[in-house]
Design a protein around this ligand. Structure first.
Ligand code: DP6
Length: 391
């Protein structure tokens, strides 16, 4: 088969990766830990095809042709071809001299700024590995596309080990626990309205490495202990500890962004209102029932157990009323409506906000790693190797 189509998941870190010690190999300054989100709700889909008829490597992303002359794409492709050539049976070698065409799209709006590069690079590298028949760990290859992409190659809860080798060979992702381990875990992504253009993660973290003293402290004094503690909490299904560490790490990551000079402000007023709500909710519940984390943008990602979802949603609907009737406010896994008591709302002590601060919410769960789609109808490229949509 010279054509392969795969889908790959998004992952959301609970211990954040922020800062590189090697820009080209994409080697991080600290370990990070994430959960892989179900591909049913959110995924990248990629078709890769090799043919002796192709004149040059080509790539289409979300319907638009982009250049292949991009360092990160080149690193991934070269590394996969190198690994293919190493193999004794060398099946990959026969096609590794051919050019390739790649077509990739996300099933969730890229405008939402939701870890799309992680799913995208994980999907590309996974699909290329199938095409060139490369086996073994490929997270170290996806890492060279986008650091966080290495974690999307595994399902469940995943740890990216910073490693110490100069060539990056030990900077790979491993699974902490499979998706079946904590089946009650749910994720609610709150998509916040925000029109402003943000500083990319890559540029932002480079600035932090160059200017933030707090980043040095975080890397040496906080992340190592937190990583061990959260891995233990995941293994023991200890939600209280998991929640505590997740919130603290998100807050510290954004504190590092503010300590960067000039500062990177990723969270907005709505993000901070969500943080306040979750703390009030946990206080009113007399226990950590929900935890939040924010990537390099204003959207919140909440982790909570299934039993808490209907109540939290009732509270969210009350405090953050929907604004746009034409957009489905709750997307993903359906939830039975539940009323919440006036006492609980009063205990939270927060006034309803103006409608429309949240665009919509995606309710999802922890899921598997990348998958191959075997049926030809899934291919995004025609037999001639061009995007189906444009035919
Ligand atoms: C805040 O993986 O997008 O989401 O390696 O430069 O491509 P590059 O950066 P990227 O950074 C992700 C940063 C983060 C935290 C995380 O996912 O761990």
């Amino acid at each position: 088969m010279n054509i392969i189509t795969c889908i790959a998941p998004v992952n959301i870190a609970v211990i954040k990766y922020w800062g590189k010690r090697d820009e080209k190999l994409i080697l991080p300054l600290n370990d990070s830990v994430s959960a892989t989100l179900s591909i049913k709700e959110m995924h990248a889909k990629t078709t890769v095809m090799a043919s002796p008829n192709f004149k040059e490597d080509k790539i289409w992303l979300n319907g638009k042709e982009e250049t292949f002359q991009n360092q990160r794409l080149q690193s991934c492709l070269q590394e996969i071809r190198r690994r293919a050539k190493q193999k004794a049976d060398n099946k990959g070698d026969s096609i590794s001299n051919w050019s390739i065409h790649v077509c990739s799209e996300n099933n969730f709006p890229t405008a939402a700024g939701l870890a799309s590069s992680a799913a995208g690079y994980a999907c590309l590298v996974f699909a290329l590995a199938q095409l060139y028949d490369v086996s073994g760990d490929i997270s170290g290859i996806a890492r060279q596309g986008s650091g966080s992409a290495c974690r999307s190659l595994y399902g469940g809860f995943v740890r990216w080990h910073q490693g110490s080798a100069l060539d990056g060979s030990d900077s790979i992702a491993t699974q902490v626990a499979p998706e079946s381990h904590w089946p009650e875990m749910r994720i609610l992504v709150l998509v916040v309205s925000d029109k402003r253009k943000k500083v990319s993660s890559s540029a932002g973290m480079q600035n932090s490495v160059n200017t933030s003293e707090l980043l040095k402290y975080r890397v040496s004094h906080c992340v190592p202990q937190r990583t061990e503690a959260i891995v233990k909490a995941i293994i023991n299904k200890d939600f209280d500890t998991f929640a505590d560490i997740t919130m603290k790490d998100s807050n510290q990551f954004h504190a590092v962004c503010l300590d960067t000079f000039p500062p990177n402000v990723y969270m907005n007023d709505t993000s901070h209102a969500i943080v306040n709500l979750i703390h009030s909710y946990n206080t009113a519940s007399e226990k950590n029932k929900v935890t939040y984390t924010f990537d390099a943008g204003p959207n919140a990602c909440l982790y909570l157990l299934q039993s808490e979802v209907p109540k939290l949603l009732a509270v969210l609907n009350h405090i953050f009323p929907a604004g746009n009737e034409s957009v489905e406010y709750l997307q993903g896994i359906p939830v039975e409506k539940q009323a919440v008591s006036q006492e609980f709302i009063a205990a939270i002590g927060m006034q309803p906000q103006e409608p429309g601060l949240l665009k919509y919410m995606i309710h999802t769960e922890v899921g598997v790693g990348p998958q191959v789609l075997n049926e030809p109808r899934h291919h995004l490229l025609t037999d001639a190797g061009f995007p189906k949509a444009s035919v």
